[in-house]
Design a protein around this ligand. Structure first.
Ligand SMILES: [Ca+2]
Length: 229
């Protein structure tokens, strides 16, 4: 236990607050150096801090990184299944923003399960292997899945081709994010991988941040929160 022992309380400081300071420092240090050189003209912003430039509705701040905080409306270059054929890698990359899964834009969305993974992370691969089962079981129940890949096998920031390769390797049926600037670093310590955030799509508040791969625990969390009125 420990990883998931107190998520039902709704205040789960042990999951994230200790790591978030380190993560924030990492995010700031990465902000000036991680440039996706081939990412024109659709490069992700370095870090969309408080703005929602697309104009999609999104809850106002203040924003934070812990349970019950409203999450920022991050933007990434992403592989998204734009034509709805179940394959997001035949559509090309585009800018994706988290607010696309907010109920104001996606009325059927209930919970966003947002993961972070890196190529050097063995448990991340294990999670990716089983993630299509999660998608098929929970997608129709209003769970929206996305994974932010931030580093490759050698620890270098990813590019879009690496993320495409990742998704094709695991035949992922959900959105994959090119997190070359490690925006997810504000939410966790990269030594505690894989990380998954569960976000309430109605108000974009963080429900819980988990570290480690335990599919049954993920299912327990989703079942619990999906059963709420
Ligand atoms: Ca497609």
């Amino acid at each position: 236990m420990g990883l998931f022992s107190n998520w039902r309380t709704g205040r789960s400081h042990s999951f994230c607050h200790a790591g978030s300071m380190t993560g924030l420092a990492l995010a700031l240090s990465f902000a000036g150096c991680a440039v996706d050189s081939d990412a024109q003209p659709d490069a992700a912003p370095v870090d969309n801090v408080d703005a929602a430039p697309s104009g999609l509705p999104y809850p106002s701040g203040p924003y934070g990184s812990g349970p019950e905080d409203v999450m920022r409306n991050h933007q990434w270059v992403a592989w998204v299944d734009n034509n709805g054929d179940g394959d997001q890698y035949n559509d090309g990359v585009r800018l994706f923003e988290l607010g696309e899964y907010h109920t104001a834009t996606d009325p059927d969305a209930k919970i966003i399960m947002l993961g972070a993974a890196a190529g050097w992370c063995g448990p991340c691969r294990a999670e990716a292997n089983g993630s299509n089962r999660m998608m098929s079981d929970y997608g129709s129940r209003g769970v929206r899945f996305a994974t932010a890949i931030f580093e490759d096998d050698g620890g270098a920031p990813v590019d879009r081709d690496y993320v495409k390769q990742w998704g094709e390797t695991f035949n992922l049926a959900y959105t994959t994010l090119v997190d070359s600037t490690f925006q997810m670093g504000r939410y966790f310590d990269e030594n505690a991988m894989p990380m998954n955030m569960f976000v309430d799509a109605r108000d974009m508040k963080i429900i819980v941040v988990t570290n480690g791969f335990d599919e049954q625990s993920f299912r327990d969390i989703l079942d619990y929160y999906l059963s709420r009125p």
